[in-house]
Design a protein around this ligand. Structure first.
Ligand code: UDP
Ligand code: MG
Length: 321
């Protein structure tokens, strides 16, 4: 147990105001866990500078110079929160036994890490940090966030309610996760696909300690859209179903226009024109859906996700893989 090496992965983008406030909190937590013998002294707090334009990287460098438990990596340019977290996780995977990703702004309560590590020692490979309440959010953010989780569920994506990117992942789960080669990242939707024994730990999310949110509405909408389109081909399925419905309605329309013409209640030329319009509209909608089905398949193939992940074996196998 004492040998468990923990890496805390913290993405930072233009956070010079917040880092001096929160870095001691992360270090304090790491020290406490080391002192309690829950993790090894080789554990680290790893900052990922996501191409910041302010003094964030200088702060990370000086932190690393001050204490060996602080380390940092810098991305060559700003790639966004999800990619920064991934960069940190992949950098850490071969150096540690377990990672915890957390935002650097102090919103996520570090005290939930104790329960996360305990759950890991109980055999969980993934532990999701779940917000106990959304009281600190504005009504707008709470409403949009909750509707969004419902929408994702409806689309067939298996997301954990009120979980963002505060989570523990073992290096074993990470190695399997690394096989998900897709470029559009929506980590909170992809991680559950890895499987393994997992659990949730709830925590209170606070206000940002300093600085500003980097998730304005525009970025939030982009993440939300990425979430749906990278987890589900259901929108395409909806086009197919709509196409089918329109096609059948158009058949009814054709019958109706022919009957109207035969009864002599239509001006000459109307029935034939109406039939063509109905037929073309219906066929086009149907064909779009069929093409969409193939595009959906190509999309899933292109992502090259692993087709299976083995969690246990009755016989020992050398871990070379
Ligand atoms: N972040 C990042 N790259 C970005 C935007 C944000 O690494 O392009 C980091 C940021 O430094 C913070 C975390 O992602 O640690 C969450 O961002 P933020 O607090 O701004 O979002 P919010 O909590 O308001 O949703
Ligand atoms: Mg934040």
């Amino acid at each position: 147990m004492e040998r468990t090496v923990l890496y805390i992965i913290i993405p930072c983008y233009n956070e010079e105001e917040v880092l001096p406030l929160t870095s001691p909190i992360f270090l304090g937590k790491l020290r406490q866990l080391i002192d309690e013998g829950k993790i090894s002294g080789d554990s680290r707090v790893m900052f990922v500078d996501d191409g910041s334009r302010d003094g964030t990287w200088q702060i990370i460098r000086s932190l690393a110079a001050q204490d060996e438990h602080f380390i940092g990596i810098q991305q060559s340019r700003n790639r966004g929160h999800q990619n920064a977290v991934l960069a940190g996780l992949m950098e850490a995977v071969d150096r540690c036994d377990v990672t915890i990703s957390i935002d650097c702004d102090g919103q996520d309560d570090v005290n939930a890490m104790d329960a996360m590590i305990d759950a890991y020692h109980d055999g969980c490979e993934i532990v999701y940090g779940v917000r106990a309440s959304r009281e600190t959010d504005t009504f707008f953010k709470r409403f949009t966030a909750e509707s969004y989780y419902r929408l994702l569920r409806f689309m067939g994506a298996d997301v954990v309610f009120n979980h963002a990117d505060y989570r523990l992942m073992s290096s074993r789960a990470l190695r399997e996760f690394a096989k998900f080669k897709e470029v559009n990242l929506f980590l909170r939707g992809m991680v559950p696909l890895v499987g393994f024994k997992s659990t949730c730990v709830s925590y209170d999310r606070r206000e940002r300690q300093a600085g500003q949110s980097h998730y304005p509405l525009k970025k939030m909408l982009k993440l939300a859209f990425d979430g749906i389109t990278s987890l589900s081909v259901k929108p395409i399925r909806m086009i197919t179903v709509t196409g089918l419905i329109i096609f059948f309605l158009s058949l009814i329309g054709i019958v109706w226009s022919v009957i109207t013409a035969l009864c002599g209640r239509a001006v000459p030329g109307w029935a034939s024109t109406a039939c063509i319009v109905f037929l073309m509209g219906g066929l086009q909608a149907l064909f779009m859906g069929v093409i969409g089905e193939y595009i959906g398949k190509i999309y899933l193939e292109a992502k090259g996700r692993p087709r299976y992940i083995i969690s246990d074996r009755t016989e020992d196998r050398p871990p070379e893989e």
